[in-house]
Design a protein around this ligand. Structure first.
Ligand SMILES: NC(=O)c1ccc[n+]([C@@H]2O[C@H](COP(=O)([O-])OP(=O)(O)OC[C@H]3O[C@@H](n4cnc5c(N)ncnc54)[C@H](O)[C@@H]3O)[C@@H](O)[C@H]2O)c1
Length: 262
């Protein structure tokens, strides 16, 4: 399927690995120039190099901390200088924290809100003006199904991501008439380093046998009986920023093997 985004400038924040990198792959395959921004600047550069080697796309990698407005501004300027203003924006940068709410404190909440909620606000405030001016922009923010239905031990992560859902829906109403569409992709459990680190910690805490029972129980909750892969999330994301999706804005699309059907 021709996505109609050949030659567009795409910026993927948190694209150094995981779901973000899988999105970069699809955007490169669709002919975009792909800028990968990540707090791990070396990882972003390495991923940009790999992507350029694997596809014929023009790529660049930069270090950027989404929680800092200054860092977002300077990263955005660097991309604009090399490729032109980003027309496609994907925000996947996030952290996760596995803790009961009553065992957490503001020291846990603050970095989560800074990265997962202020982060997207920082990026939208910097990137949207040129999209509005140019009357063209496509944005996808990554949330999580825990933001839609709640999840024990993920309360402040889920709260930050629920904020992103409300942010995207609200801003989509403000800029739709200016040619700018924003949507949310809401993944279920997906095999990335972020998830694997949490799983390893659980395995260490529970022991092999109890953990194996947990894995079976979790799989039974997924009607398609498997955990997601980054490519499952990337394909819908690339579709949502394509010309094929120009009448879709302000929507939340769960990609989760049927885990929840909100
Ligand atoms: N993997 C899952 O099971 C899952 C489930 C639901 C939602 N999600 C969401 O999908 C998105 C991608 O998750 P993933 O599993 O690929 O994670 P990941 O950890 O593999 O990738 C996230 C990337 O964000 C970067 N990052 C972290 N903090 C940053 C910061 N302050 N500034 C810039 N970059 C930063 C990391 O370095 C990393 O490269 C996230 O928004 C996550 O909340 C993932």
């Amino acid at each position: 399927m021709d996505l109609g985004i050949d030659g567009r400038v795409a910026l993927v924040i948190g694209g150094g690995r995981g779901i973000g990198y899988a999105v970069c792959n699809d955007l490169a395959a669709a002919g975009c120039k792909v800028a990968i921004a990540d707090i791990n600047g070396d990882g972003a550069k390495e991923s940009a190099g790999n992507l350029a080697a694997e596809t014929s796309a023009e790529t660049m990698g930069i270090g950027l901390d989404i929680s800092s407005l200054e860092s977002v501004k300077s990263g955005y300027d660097e991309v604009t200088k090399k490729f032109g203003a980003p027309e496609i924006l994907i925000i996947t940068a996030a952290i996760v924290d596995d803790k009961l709410f009553l065992e957490s404190s503001i020291d846990d909440w603050k970095p989560m809100i800074d990265i997962c909620l202020y982060g997207p606000m920082n990026v939208l405030s910097v990137a949207l003006p040129s999209m509005v001016e140019n009357k063209y922009g496509r944005v996808v923010c990554m949330a999580t199904d825990s933001a839609r239905v709640g999840q024990a031990r993920l309360s402040y992560y889920a709260a930050a991501k629920a904020g992103v859902v409300a942010l995207v829906k609200s801003v989509a109403q403000e800029v739709g008439s200016k040619g700018v569409n924003l949507n949310v992709v809401s993944p279920g459990a997906t095999n990335t380093e972020l998830r694997m680190a949490r799983e390893e910690a659980m395995k260490a805490e529970m022991g092999e046998e109890k953990y194996a029972r947990r894995v079976e129980k979790v799989l039974r909750m997924y009607p398609v009986r498997r955990i997601g892969e980054p490519e499952d999330i990337a394909s819908i994301t690339a579709f949502l920023v394509s010309e094929r999706a120009s009448w879709i804005t302000g929507q939340v699309v769960s990609v989760n093997g049927g885990f929840v059907m909100p």
